[in-house]
Ligand binder design. Structure first.
Ligand code: GRF
Length: 191
């Protein structure tokens, strides 16, 4: 019997965090299987990554549903059907509504590229660069009804004194991949 935990990843974009998680599940650094990748953005890079890694992908267009509640009930039904224990948002560019939050309360986590509560929102790295901070970072938190406001689970700092986004972004993504893998494994092992 497969005793690994069952997790899902939801993403809208490139999918480098998805790939880091899926690889870590394959090589045993996370004691889990990614049983579903949800992508709400047809054409996003994460879809090709999931196909390459053999992870089932559900590509959805939320606007095809009558309401956000209908969309999220469909998602929760699918997560239930897959017996998902933990939902990992990884660049999912949509606010999770009350329907999914209620049905997966305490079981949805997100990764954000700043040291929250500094720089919430969709442009965290650019906002922090514009502010001129000297220590950037990554936060993993539970998802609640707000924007990047849920209880913090883990953080890691990325010291950087330059002002070049092309140099900084790979440093942050590298830290994200390591911290997300470690944190997911820790959460699952504590269950
Ligand atoms: C990451 O920076 C993550 O922190 C943010 O969205 C980005 C997703 O990157 N929420 P990728 O699609 O995983 O490469």
């Amino acid at each position: 019997m497969d005793t690994r935990h069952r997790i899902a990843v939801m993403a809208s974009g490139n999918g480098s965090n998805f790939e880091a998680i899926a690889q870590a599940c394959t090589d045993g650094r996370i004691n889990a299987e990614v049983v579903l990748c949800v992508c709400d953005c047809p054409g996003a890079g994460v879809i090709e990554r999931a196909a390459r890694l053999g992870v089932p992908v559900l590509v959805v267009a939320p606007r095809d549903f009558g309401s956000k509640a209908a969309y999220e009930n469909m998602l929760a039904d699918r997560l239930d059907a897959e017996k998902v224990e933990l939902v990992c948002l990884a660049g999912y560019m949509r606010i999770v509504g009350p329907t999914l939050l209620d049905r997966y309360e305490g079981r949805i986590i997100n990764i954000h590229p700043s040291l929250l509560p500094a720089f919430p929102g969709a442009h965290a790295i650019a906002d922090a660069l514009a502010y001129g901070v000297k220590v950037y970072g990554v936060t993993i938190h539970y998802v609640d009804a707000g924007i990047d406001s849920g209880r913090i689970i883990a953080q890691a700092a990325v010291p950087y004194e330059g002002n070049d986004a092309d140099e900084l972004e790979p440093m942050i993504h590298h830290t994200e991949h390591r911290l997300y893998v470690d944190t997911i494994n820790r959460i699952l092992n504590d269950k």
